[in-house]
Ligand binder design. Structure first.
Ligand code: NDP
Ligand code: GDR
Length: 325
């Protein structure tokens, strides 16, 4: 039985990846950091099938301990301070976790077991103010936030450890991927959850920042397969994972409101608080290397993704309404 360690188990991607690996017969070890209240909501249905271990990307000793005690064959490093907006207020913490955290984990691998296969969760935010459209594995980086800069470091330290120590370390440059399990602070989920509240009469408006940025949005459930495929290759490498389509925040609003018979223009209010000091205007990825080498293709089209999230949030808010006080 293969053993996989997932950091960031409690996040959106961690939960989908854990389900994916369990289905393939893996023994899944999920790293979680200590919190005063449990936040296992996303993994609740599979919690008993996973070995949960405590560790923190800020604490290298905890990572070495996990490596020695649990001997994983594959490591998926999904843990990060992942919210771009927060990275301006907590730039140092973002760097400690999202950048140096990768080095701590790679150090632990290099010292404990150099045969481990390693996946780093890199990001399209590294392209930032894009210098090429669409973006490929060869497009130069131009990050626009402390988060983007931290991910660039995480990406290059992964490449460096691969080249320095011959580690099987791959970096997946994933474009935005969403799901009903997306955190409520990210724009797609913020929209679908609040549209559901408006539809149920629980909110009167939706306050958003810039509606013009365009993103290449895919479904998280499709993207975790690409992570796994990268670690099944004979050689480690870097891959862009994207749909090859781009849509604006406004288009997302139009679709989501439209799905429940509302006109977004009557409900959306623009609010300075959600504007960013530097914006990423346009992201669109070229996933052809992943298609050719990994045989990976996205399965969920943009309208399907919006519909999936809208349906889930309509049901969630409906349940909240009918719950006895
Ligand atoms: P989430 O924000 O949903 O999850 C982040 C996870 O990291 C949580 O489990 C969180 O734990 C954990 N974490 C945060 N800090 C630490 C720490 N110091 N030590 C250990 N664990 C920590 O992110 P996603 O699931 O959406 O994304 C997964 C990864 O992929 C991230 O690295 C993200 O930056 C990257 N990425 C995501 C994309 C996307 O569109 N979703 C696109 C490209 C890259 P806790 O629950 O305790 O907060
Ligand atoms: P992003 O995702 O920054 O692309 O990072 P997010 O959903 O936060 O923003 C997408 C775009 O929407 C604009 N926007 C708003 N965003 C939020 N959160 N809230 C708002 O009210 C709002 N109004 C407009 C933003 O300015 C932005 O242009 C995500 C994260 O998952 C990263 O961890 C990951 O690396 C990248 O995707 C790829």
């Amino acid at each position: 039985m293969k053993r996989a360690l997932i950091t960031g188990l409690t996040g959106q991607d961690g939960s989908y990846l854990a389900e994916f690996l369990l289905d393939r017969g893996y023994h899944v070890i999920g790293m979680v950091r200590r919190t005063s209240t449990l936040n296992f909501e996303r993994v609740a249905p599979i919690q008993d099938d996973i070995e949960i271990v405590q560790g923190d990307l800020l604490d290298e000793t905890s990572l070495r301990h996990i490596m020695r005690e649990h001997r994983p064959d594959e490591i998926y490093n999904l843990a990060a301070q992942s919210f771009v907006q927060t990275s301006w207020q907590q730039a140092v913490l973002t760097g400690e976790t999202t950048a140096l955290g990768v080095t701590r984990l790679l150090n632990a691998i290099q010292q404990c077991d150099q045969d481990v296969r390693f996946y780093q969760a890199s990001s399209s935010e590294m392209f930032g103010k894009v210098v090429e459209v669409p973006q490929t594995e060869n497009t130069p980086f131009y990050p626009r936030s402390p988060y983007g800069a931290a991910k660039v470091y995480g990406h290059w330290i992964t490449v460096n450890f691969r080249e320095s120590y011959d580690l099987h370390a791959s970096s997946g440059i994933l474009f935005n991927h969403e799901s009903p399990r997306r955190g409520l602070e990210f724009v797609t989920r913020k929209i679908t959850y609040n549209v559901a509240k408006i539809k149920h009469g629980l909110a009167r408006e939706l306050r958003l920042g810039d509606l013009d940025p365009q993103r290449d949005w895919g479904f998280a459930g499709d993207y975790v397969e690409a992570m796994w495929l990268m670690l099944q290759q004979d050689e480690p490498d870097d891959y862009v994972i994207a749909t090859g389509e781009t849509h604006s925040v406004q288009e997302f609003c139009e679709l989501a409101f439209g799905m429940v018979g509302l006109d977004w223009r009557e409900w959306v209010v623009q609010d300075e608080r959600y504007m960013r000091p530097a914006e990423v205007d346009l992201l669109i990825g070229d996933p052809s290397k992943a298609a050719t080498v990994l045989g990976w293709k996205p399965r969920t089209a943009f309208p399907e993704l919006v519909a999936m999230m809208m349906e889930s949030d309509m049901e969630l808010v409906g349940r909240q309404l009918t719950r006895p006080a």
